[in-house]
Design a protein around this ligand. Structure first.
Ligand code: NAD
Length: 465
């Protein structure tokens, strides 16, 4: 396996990585540090030609990377994981500077990425003998697809990138990573770091502006797109991939319902509900986004949650006590402001950023805010609240909270979502499939199901002598 040593990683200059070389482009741009709007360093604006070079390199690399023993690929990924860990503090600092999230949350994200990189390659890809006789053997196995284009959003740029890079490479594909223009920095550094662990062309990264995503999804040399982002963009990606019949995985938006029963210990769960509603300034696909509270406890629950939310520290991510950092970018801020403004035009009452029992058809209930605005809704009948929770075009996560576990489990089984929890929310793990139902996803990531999303299934009809 090729080994190159580019020297210690620094976070001052940022390049594309094509064919294991740091490359430049004629045009550059920069992201901004969200709380103070100061420019972050320059990054490259990639063109069709840059992408073409990367695709050719990835196709070439695929020929050998797909054939080396899986154990060797696993070892390279483990070394990559060690490399991320060794640079953890610098990744976390950069993540706060580009994404805005508090440093403690940025550190957690980088640690999760390391954990994902170490765990996913422990999952065995099954090779199943379906039938065996003296004459023949029929085997089902899973082979890599080729060149993967990975497109990631700005809310979890490190974890979501690693959550695509590792499964793609472990299963024998090569990958070209395209970060969000809002958060290109850590993702480019992941690829620069990877130069020393992977052969030429196996893992490349290109930054760009809004034009780069569409030219990736159009490119005939890319075999699969793994996309995480909004539902609207996901539809565009799917339409574009259809032209070349690319394989694709789409991980899209959510509008997670949470049902709070009347028997919960309100004081005990309020801090957890607060975290699971406002972590990362609520810019997480799988946050609590519709909170259905039983009418018997509604007023007490609302007032205690409002008090708790008021006490959460808002500020720059570099301050150690900050819990809610800035909204990441002006596009998202304007969207959130527009939604917030809709409250008064719809005659609704915010209690800090909680919205007090809005109608089910109000914008704040129907749309994914992706900002710290949370509707609380009253319920009284179990079947009715389950129907209301399921009445959404999305189906990413959902949860039920009750001290009666039988009741909670019974209700949980009826929720339409890719992940359903009892007395928790947003629990994720690298060995557990992650994705949604309905408009929230096509396919799943992580776990064995996620790995198989990077593979073709092959039925081998082999003859015996
Ligand atoms: P977005 O859809 O605007 O952008 C996502 C990525 O797609 C970016 O890299 C962007 O540059 C690229 N892109 C934009 N237009 C494209 C096109 N036409 N073709 C190809 N690529 C294109 O999403 P965002 O604002 O970055 O992220 C927020 C959304 O992502 C929210 O809806 C959130 O729920 C969702 N999300 C989902 C998950 C999940 O796993 N389900 C995780 C995180 C975020």
């Amino acid at each position: 396996m090729a080994k190159n040593d580019p020297g210690p990683l620094t976070f001052s200059t940022f390049h594309n990585v094509i064919n294991n070389e740091l490359t430049s482009t004629a045009q550059s741009r920069h992201g901004i540090n969200p709380p103070n709007k100061k420019p972050n360093p320059a990054v490259r604006v990639s063109t069709q030609e840059d992408l073409n070079r990367a695709v050719t390199a990835a196709q070439q690399a695929f020929l050998s990377w797909s054939k080396i023993p899986v154990g060797e690929r696993r070892t390279a990924i483990y070394e990559f994981a060690n490399g991320i860990e060794a640079n953890k503090d610098m990744f976390a600092k950069m993540l706060t500077a580009e994404q805005g999230k508090p440093l403690s949350q940025a550190t957690t994200e980088v640690e999760m990425a390391v954990h994902w990189a170490r765990t996913i390659p422990t999952i065995e890809i099954p090779i199943t003998v379906l039938e065996e006789s003296d004459e023949h053997e029929i085997i089902e196995r899973h082979t890599p697809m080729g060149v993967v284009g990975a497109i990631v959003p700005w809310n979890f740029p490190v974890l979501l990138a690693v959550g695509k890079i590792v499964p793609a490479l472990y299963t024998g594909n090569t990958i070209i990573l395209k970060p969000s223009p809002f958060t290109p920095y850590c993702d480019l550094k992941l690829a620069e770091l990877a130069i020393q662990y992977f052969p030429t062309g196996v893992f490349q990264a290109l930054s760009g502006d809004n034009d780069l995503g569409p030219i990736m999804t159009e490119h005939p040399g890319i075999d699969k797109i793994s996309f995480t982002g909004s539902i609207l963009t996901g539809k565009r990606v799917m339409a574009s991939c259809a032209k070349t019949l690319k394989r694709l995985t789409l991980e899209l938006g959510g509008n997670d319902p949470v049902i709070i029963c009347d028997d919960v210990d309100i004081d005990a769960i309020i801090p957890t509900i607060g975290v699971l509603s406002f972590l990362c300034s609520s810019q997480i696909c799988m946050m609590i986004k519709r909170l259905y509270v039983h009418e018997k406890i509604y007023d007490e629950f609302r007032d205690k949650l409002a008090k708790h939310v008021q006490d959460l520290k808002v500020g720059e991510g570099t301050r150690p006590d900050t819990f809610i950092g800035p909204v990441q970018n002006s596009m998202q801020f304007d969207k959130a402001k527009d939604l917030f403004d809709s409250l008064s035009s719809e005659g609704l009452k915010p209690v800090p950023t909680l919205v007090d029992n809005p109608p089910d058809n109000s914008r704040v209930v129907v749309e994914e805010p992706f900002a710290p605005i949370l509707p609380l809704l009253k319920w009284s009948d179990e079947n009715d609240v389950i129907a209301r929770a399921n009445d959404s075009q999305t189906g990413l996560g959902a949860s039920v909270w009750s001290s009666d576990i039988d009741r909670a489990n019974r209700m949980a089984l009826q929720l339409q979502a890719g992940s359903v929890w009892v007395n928790s929310h947003f629990q994720v793990a690298p060995n557990v499939p992650f994705g949604g139902h309905k408009a929230s996803s096509i396919g799943m990531e992580w776990g064995l199901t996620g790995l198989l999303g990077y593979c073709n299934t092959q039925s081998l009809w082999l003859k015996k002598k």
